[in-house]
Each structure stands twice: as structure tokens, then as C-alpha cells.
Design a protein. Structure first.
Length: 145
């Protein structure tokens, strides 16, 4: 396993993903890219023309992951933007809550240019796991399709 990345796992009805990185920020970034890859399998076809800052505040790391990925679904559904670059800049604990700041780069989804993958209806807490080890963070998640 390289420093950061993701792999699709077998699942009977939905899409299951295992993402990892050296830090929590890298693992969250990879999880977002796995979502984008589910929606449009060839990220190389997505030009980083538009930049969007994403800021999320949630009660714990699990809710932060859920809310972060749900924001991408919202942006895709409402603004029709798809991203090929996702960089989580920081994840901080502020009081009892967690705050995430990320930059995503992409462009409007174009059926003529971008591959159509699998429609993701929702992010789920089912089987969600965030495991922080000394030198690696792994996130398991299921996307409802």
C-alpha cells in the first residue's frame, strides 16, 4: 500500500471503499476522491478549472467525514461540479467539535466529456470506520447507490 490512496471493496448492493493516508487529512482527501471516482471513473478527464473552498464543522470525526462527503454530493447535485483534486488543508478539534477546511478543484460535469459512473444517493454511517494508527489512517465507508 502506498502512502495514500483508496481501493473499492466488494459489497453486495452498494459501493464500499477503503481509503488511507499518512494523516487524517490525507485519508479524508482520498475518501472524497473515491466518491468522485464512483460518480465519474476517470478523474484525468476532469480539469481543475474551478476552485472551491469547503469548510465543515461537526460533533466528531465520523460526522465530519459524513458531512464532508455529503457536501460533495450536494455540490454535484446543485452546482453540477465534479472534482479531480481534493486537498484537506486541516482538521482541528475546536472545543467539543471538529473543523475541516479543504480545497477542491474541478469543473462543471459534462456528459460529453466526463465518464458517467454510478449515481451515489447518499453517504452512510453503515460500516464507517476511522482507524488512526501511528503512521497511517484508514477510513472504511459505504456509499448508498
Amino acid at each position: 500500500m502506498k502512502g495514500s490512496g483508496f481501493v473499492f471493496m466488494e459489497h453486495t448492493a452498494d459501493v464500499s471503499v477503503k481509503s488511507w493516508g499518512k494523516t487524517l487529512e490525507e485519508a479524508f482527501s482520498q475518501t472524497a476522491l473515491s466518491l468522485m471516482t464512483t460518480i465519474s471513473p476517470d478523474l484525468k478527464k476532469i480539469s481543475p478549472k474551478k476552485e472551491k473552498e469547503i469548510e465543515i464543522i461537526s460533533e466528531d470525526k465520523y460526522a465530519l467525514c459524513f458531512d464532508f462527503l455529503s457536501e460533495f454530493l450536494y455540490i454535484f447535485d446543485v452546482e453540477e461540479l465534479i472534482f479531480s483534486i481534493v486537498s484537506v488543508i486541516s482538521i482541528q478539534k475546536i472545543g467539543e467539535k471538529y473543523k475541516l477546511v479543504a480545497i477542491a478543484k474541478g469543473e462543471p460535469f459534462d456528459k460529453e466529456k466526463h465518464e458517467i459512473g454510478t449515481e451515489v444517493k447518499a453517504i452512510t454511517y453503515s460500516f464507517m470506520n476511522i482507524e488512526e494508527k501511528e503512521d497511517k489512517v484508514e477510513i472504511n465507508i459505504v456509499f448508498d447507490i
